[in-house]
Design a protein around this ligand. Structure first.
Ligand SMILES: [Zn+2]
Ligand SMILES: [Zn+2]
Length: 211
């Protein structure tokens, strides 16, 4: 059994910035364009060390895949969830998709994996979700934090840490991140990661067919 927490903790800024590791990828199992197995094959051919496919609220791609044994694949998912008045995305890595506690949090319909408006109505409870991710053997990571509507990044992250947050997505393309308004700078994200001793992850939030 791979200890994903330990493994992911060894990844460096350089791994993410030189496209050796990408832990944030969507496929057509949610609102991405790529085929699940096809994107793994591409990553293998491009000599990626590790990738994680993190579709919105679903791990259905893993059910049908013929490439689950690929040595570069880390199981992942990205949940929509509210934390107080802040809508956020929570990544789960190294999780067992068959865990019954976690399965309760998966999308009940296709719309819940792709439609932005439907996804805003998420009823997931952040505290319970983090607990379920841990129960499924995984780690919980705050995705693209600069997009969160919190007033203070520090206080927001502190609250999540209290709920059991393990990591924070630090290395991602901030300035060109999907045209969404940014509320925070890269520095405030990194500072919070250091202060609360969180695992720093990264990924491009790829929605296209190719890397
Ligand atoms: Zn996201
Ligand atoms: Zn995403």
């Amino acid at each position: 059994m791979i200890n994903y927490k330990e493994l992911i903790n060894t990844f460096t800024e350089e791994d993410f910035k030189t496209n050796r590791i990408n832990l944030h990828i969507h496929t057509n199992n949610s609102d991405g364009e790529a085929d699940f197995d096809e994107i793994i094959t591409q990553a293998e051919n491009l000599n990626y060390k590790y990738i994680a496919i993190t579709d919105h609220n679903t791990m259905k791609g893993y059910d049908k895949s013929q490439k689950l044994n690929s040595a570069i694949l880390i199981p992942g998912v990205e949940f929509d969830v509210w934390c107080g008045y802040v809508f956020m995305h929570l990544l789960g890595y190294g999780i067992d998709k068959n865990n019954s506690q976690l399965q309760k949090f998966f999308a009940k319909s296709k719309k819940e994996t792709e439609n932005d408006i439907v996804r805003l109505f998420s009823k997931r409870n952040i505290k319970e979700l983090i607990t379920a991710i841990h129960n499924a053997g995984g780690i919980a990571v705050l995705a693209h934090p600069a997009c969160c509507w919190c007033l203070s990044m520090d206080r927001f992250v502190k609250k999540l840490v209290k709920y059991g947050l393990d990591g924070i997505e630090v290395y991602y393309p901030y300035p060109r991140f999907r045209g969404i308004l940014k509320f925070h700078k890269e520095d405030s994200v990194k500072n919070a990661a250091i202060k609360y001793n969180l695992i720093m992850t990264g990924g491009t939030d790829l929605h296209k067919k190719h890397f």
